[in-house]
Design a protein around this ligand. Structure first.
Ligand code: FES
Length: 115
């Protein structure tokens, strides 16, 4: 059975088979998620956010995820390489680090200009 995964903030939808990892789903949809460990829960670069309403659409966190992410799991963070699709879900990709740095710099400049 296929399920729809929506990747935010782009809003891109991908239909994948049950059991497909979120990382594979993203790749099928040509959505880039950075990795270095080849999907072995080693690099933590594939962290994604999952809203509480979508938790049921993904497999339970693996032991490796629990070890690596700790309390972040309670905040809805998952490893895209470990989380498997078990139903429809919305996955939120983190902001690109370079874009985040530029955005923060611009926000700081705007604040400084106000003073
Ligand atoms: S790809 Fe490295 S932790 Fe998921």
């Amino acid at each position: 059975m296929d399920y729809e995964i929506r990747f935010e903030p782009a809003g891109k939808k991908v239909k994948v088979r049950r059991g497909t990892s979120v990382l594979s789903a993203a790749r099928q949809g040509r959505i880039h998620i950075a990795t270095r460990c080849g999907g072995n829960a080693g690099c933590l670069m594939c962290k994604v956010g999952v809203q509480e309403s979508s938790q049921a659409g993904l497999s339970s966190p693996t032991d490796a995820e629990r070890r690596k992410l700790g309390s972040m799991i309670d905040e809805g963070v998952r490893l895209a390489c470990q989380a498997k699709v078990t139903g429809p879900a919305v996955v939120v990709l983190p902001e690109d680090p370079l874009k985040a740095a530029i955005r923060k710099q611009l926000e700081k400049q705007q604040e400084d200009e106000l003073w």
